[in-house]
Ligand binder design. Structure first.
Ligand SMILES: *Cc1c(COP(=O)(O)O)cnc(C)c1O
Length: 371
């Protein structure tokens, strides 16, 4: 079986170091928000070039705590994309605000800045662009719009650790950014985890307070907060994986190049588009085809996993029926959601495995015979 991601191979490659570190965590007697979490925060601050990184329990909490710390809640609107994992919008609802969806650019699948501008009202407080599948959103345009309308921008960078925009790392491009360390994310642990990066000291302080029950001094509370902390074991694992992440991202990019090279003549497969001035780290490698079902069936018959990202846009989710959107409101997102699917992509995919995937895609998706 060739899987979409292969976590067993990934963790096997660093198992010795991880086991040794876990031993040391056990011996230390400190299990939550200890020295390893602090070291992880400091290393990520340095790497991304921000004043603060605050580790939390998961990527969803990273979004929720950031929105809450910015004072966003009831009566506020936050603009995001309908073509993302549910948590991007769920976090907005969780703090009591209303998610407002703006359609995507069908080439990059990222939120379309001109659609964002169209959706701004007097209640709009923030924009959450998502760096979908590992490709940074159009941050210059989005930051300009935000400046003009006095809005906060929070990067949902959960799928994009290590990607860059105009040579700047994602996580340093807006007021704050949120990352997830869920195991399948390109930088992941063996459980849940997340981190927020920001260079706004006051915001960082508020988020730090929120993550431990709204307190800065033990047993004294001046806010209703959360319990959203990172464990030492996860920090230890992430410190090891952080050393590998550039190599792993490079492997992904090389595999992406091979897919591009060998599938470019397939008339029924549309390959991912890399926009200018950014690095796409291919958290997922998604292709479009009107023959999606047929191709996925053929892959499955050959023991190759594939998956639909995302089958139902967020504005059409049952839970958001009350927002009043209908089919046709987000034509680009809806159209892409009918054709897009992911094929295996992870740093440990071998060229032999990839060749097998490519041959089935060419057989089913067709090959132009004019060359
Ligand atoms: C994974 C993901 C999240 C949520 O992260 P968790 O750690 O699973 O809570 C949020 N947004 C996007 C775009 C994601 O892919």
């Amino acid at each position: 079986m060739i899987n979409l991601v292969d976590l067993k191979r990934q963790f096997e490659s660093v198992k010795k170091e991880i086991l040794q570190e876990i031993d040391e965590v056990i011996a230390s007697g400190q299990y939550i928000l200890g020295p390893r979490v602090k070291e992880l925060e400091e290393r990520i601050e340095k790497r991304i070039g921000v004043s603060d990184a605050i580790a939390v329990a998961n990527g969803t909490d990273a979004l929720v705590l950031t929105l809450d710390a910015l004072g966003i809640g009831k009566g506020d609107e936050v603009i995001t994309t309908p073509f993302t994992f549910f948590a991007s919008a769920e976090a907005i609802s969780r703090v009591g605000a209303v998610p407002v969806f703006a359609d995507i650019n069908p080439l990059t699948y990222n939120i379309d800045p001109s659609e964002v501008e169209r959706k701004i009202t007097s209640a709009t407080k923030a924009i959450i662009p998502v760096h979908l599948f590992g490709q940074p959103a159009d941050m210059n345009e989005i930051m300009e719009i935000a400046k003009k309308h006095h809005l906060y921008v929070i990067e949902d960078a959960c799928q994009a650790f290590g990607s860059t925009y105009n040579n700047q790392p994602v996580g340093s491009l807006a007021d704050a950014a949120c990352f997830s360390f869920f195991p399948t994310k390109n930088l992941g642990t063996m459980g849940d985890g997340g981190i927020i990066t920001t260079s706004n000291k006051e915001l960082a302080e508020n988020i730090r307070k929120l993550r431990t029950h709204g307190s800065t001094q033990k047993y004294f509370h001046d806010r209703i907060g959360y319990n959203s902390r990172l464990d030492e074991i996860h920090a230890a694992i992430l410190l090891i994986n952080l050393e590998k992440i550039d190599e792993w991202n490079e492997n992904r990019r090389n595999l992406a190049k091979r897919y591009q090279q060998y599938l470019q003549n397939s008339p029924h497969i549309k390959l991912p588009f890399e926009a200018d001035n950014r690095t796409h780290i291919y958290h997922l490698f998604c292709v479009e085809s009107v023959m999606r079902e047929e191709i996925m069936d053929e892959l499955s018959k050959s023991q190759i996993q594939s998956g639909v990202y995302y089958p139902l846009c967020l504005h059409l989710q049952e839970v958001y029926a009350f927002l009043g959107y209908k089919k046709g409101d987000m034509p680009q997102s809806e159209s892409v959601s009918e054709r897009l699917f992911a094929i295996p992509m992870h740093p440990f995919l071998t060229e032999d495995e990839q060749d097998k995937i490519i041959s089935i895609l060419c057989k089913t998706g067709g090959v132009k015979n004019d060359n």
